[in-house]
Design a protein around this ligand. Structure first.
Ligand code: WQD
Length: 342
């Protein structure tokens, strides 16, 4: 039997494209919507190639309510996944209004249209950034949120609250917020992956671009933190595993297995890895040179955070499966594919 249809907003983006592949693999129909603000048609083509399905695509800005309404008029999806947001922490400090407008308006338009058209299920992309610098590791969904340290982080906290309140006030509306830890890696086909515009802000794209010779040297931001090797610790989650968490979340709502109408899950591996450990694993797994120097701390960085993913493991029936080595090999395979390196 054909499963229901899912609208994936931001489906040409990094996590959106991988999630579309996994939804198709799980038997869902998908409609991709994207405004290409930080992506291009290449990702949609990659997804079509991997799946062998000519997935419908609409170019639309979710902030444009009238244009967005046409997508709801045209397609019969019952569930949506909302990836369409801006995500650069530093940029959000420079351009707060852009972040509040993009990230909040697109979500509010989505919820309004879901209410208007009677569409039921929404998965929202939240972030471990909502925890700030936690007092205790690992963090569970009950760990208190700390005040956000950037407009980006603030939009994630506010969006969670908007969704929670809208669900509480709307008969038939269900929502799941997935708090992603640090998504890295790429599809094993190397046909889709992360493609940052300009100088990468995130660690793994900077590593792969340095290994590819595009950047001269990786700066490790700080080796004097109170951690075993002095560098920061994160929970790096493979993007294909992360994509599968969305399929599990949609399935839970579509099949009415949810306990509450609004639920939150941490999506991480449960393992903390330091920057220096990650750098060394990358070198070892891929057998490449990676010029690297210690640089001053980056302002605003959290010292350490990793997930307690027990709730996602037991309640959502999802668990991270790929090893860090597999993920770092996939990240490098993707960079080589993009740069035409043998
Ligand atoms: C990881 C570690 C850096 C670059 C942020 C957001 C989060 C998520 C991802 C959405 C840190 C260190 C990095 C470099 C380095 N959002 N680093 N040299 O800061 O954990 O998370 O981005 O997309 O919500 O908060 O991720 O990859 O930037 O950094 O040493 O050139 O790598 O200091 O310790 P972060 P990151």
């Amino acid at each position: 039997m054909k499963k229901s249809c899912v609208l994936v907003c931001g489906g040409a983006g990094y996590i959106g494209s991988h999630t579309t592949v996994e939804l198709i693999n799980a038997g869902y129909d998908v409609v991709i919507a994207d405004n290409f603000s930080n992506s291009d048609m290449g990702a949609v083509e990659g997804v079509r190639k991997i799946t062998g399905v000519d997935i419908p695509f609409v170019e639309v800005d979710c902030c444009d309510l009238e244009a967005f309404r046409k997508v709801f008029e045209q397609y019969e999806f019952d569930s949506v996944i909302h990836f369409a947001a801006s995500k650069a922490v530093g940029e959000s400090v420079e351009k707060p209004m852009l972040y509040y407008r993009n990230n909040l308006l697109s979500l509010m338009n989505m919820i309004d249209l879901m209410r208007e058209f009677g569409r039921h299920n929404i998965v929202f992309s939240s972030s471990c950034t909502v925890y700030g610098e936690p007092d205790k590791q690992p963090v569970t969904e009950q760990t208190p949120r700390k005040p956000a340290t950037s407009p980006y982080g603030n939009t994630k906290q506010m969006s969670e609250d908007i969704l929670r309140d809208a669900v509480a006030a709307t008969e038939g509306l269900k929502g799941i917020a997935l708090r992603y830890f640090n998504p890295i890696g790429a599809h094993p086909s190397a046909l889709i992956g992360e493609l940052p515009r300009g100088v990468p802000q995130n660690l793994v794209p900077y590593i792969t671009q340095t290994a590819a010779g595009i950047r001269e040297c990786l700066s490790v931001f700080g080796d004097d933190y109170p951690t075993p090797d002095g560098s920061c610790i994160r929970d790096y989650i493979d993007v294909v595993d992360l994509a599968k968490a969305h399929v599990a979340a949609i399935g839970r709502m579509v099949e009415n297995r949810n306990d509450e109408n609004y639920e939150i899950f941490n999506v991480g591996t449960g393992r903390g890895v330091s920057v220096l450990e990650l750098v060394n694993r990358f070198r070892e797994v891929n057998g490449v040179e990676l010029p690297c120097k210690i640089a001053p701390r980056r302002e605003g960085d959290i010292i350490a955070i990793w997930a307690d993913p027990t709730r996602a493991n037991t309640v959502l029936g999802w668990k991270a499966g790929r090893t860090l080595d597999e993920t770092l090999a996939a990240a490098w395979a993707w960079e080589k594919h993009v740069r035409g390196i043998e």
